[in-house]
Design a protein around this ligand. Structure first.
Ligand SMILES: Cc1cc2nc3c(=O)[nH]c(=O)nc-3n(C[C@H](O)[C@H](O)[C@H](O)COP(=O)(O)O)c2cc1C
Length: 239
């Protein structure tokens, strides 16, 4: 009850402090705020990217309002923000604290475009052409994101290594969202890019590529709408 009241007070504070014309993240230069990046979320009605100066997003709010982003502004993401994302990922729990993950950061627009285009040619998915047309993106694998992260794990790893990587990735996605950044986990890069990714990412021979993640400032049209949550199908309370 106390936490609920505290959370409501926090939201009321955000609304009072908020700039109705947009939002800011720490470190933004002076000038007009960023435009709202998403329509109001089904969950909280305040908008998925509602941000106020100096206010940190609560974990519960980040969980409820994060959605995959499939279109990005060309603005590069500053290195200190990428470092913040990576630090969040590295803080994740892992089986026997083995921390099997490794993250590679690619922010070279030309290389991202080349790799994305090469994977796109191999990716046979009827939804992709439609998605490309709807979103008006050059590349429907990395969605023209200014940064792409590549997560790997050792080939010889614990049975939990991929789960560990998943936990690290979720930390990263939520932190990105809380900073006003959008992300998309890109499984297609793994499915179709096994041979291509090592041409751009200096993987060691004993490393397995797990997942790519796009990172960038969201464009409103690229934010995935809130999807229904079917608790009955996914949860069973055992009497
Ligand atoms: C492991 C994994 C792989 C994914 N691969 C892709 C992908 O290749 N391309 C894409 O556009 N979205 C990809 N997604 C994003 C999912 O489509 C998205 O998370 C899902 O539709 C739920 O939407 P939400 O993230 O907005 O809640 C992937 C998500 C996960 C967790």
């Amino acid at each position: 009850m106390f936490f609920l009241v505290a959370e409501i007070q926090q939201v009321v504070e955000w609304v009072k402090l908020g700039d109705p014309s947009g939002w800011r993240v720490d470190g933004d230069p002076p000038g007009p705020p960023r435009a709202f990046a998403a329509a109001p979320s089904k969950h909280n009605g305040f908008g998925a990217y509602f941000r106020c100066p100096g206010k940190k997003m609560q974990v519960s709010q980040a969980v409820e309002t994060r959605h995959t982003v499939r279109k990005y502004q060309t603005t590069p993401v500053p290195r200190h923000l990428i470092e913040q994302l990576l630090n969040a990922a590295l803080m994740a729990p892992s089986a026997r604290n083995q921390q099997p993950w490794k993250f590679y950061v690619l922010s070279d627009a030309q290389k991202i475009a080349q790799l994305g285009t090469a994977i796109e040619k191999l990716a046979i998915n009827p939804n992709l052409a439609q998605r490309k047309e709807n979103l008006h993106v050059e590349n429907v694998i990395f969605y023209d994101a200014p940064t792409v992260l590549f997560v790997t794990r050792p080939k010889e790893a614990s049975v939990f290594a991929e789960l560990d990587c998943g936990l690290a990735v979720q930390n990263l996605l939520l932190t990105a969202h809380s900073l006003g950044l959008g992300t998309c986990p890109v499984g297609l890069a793994r499915m179709y890019g096994k041979e291509l990714v090592p041409q751009y990412v200096p993987l060691r021979a004993d490393e397995e590529f797990v997942l790519a993640i796009t990172v960038g400032y969201p464009v409103p049209a690229g934010v995935n709408p809130a999807h229904p949550i079917d608790t009955a199908a996914h949860v069973q309370w055992i009497e």
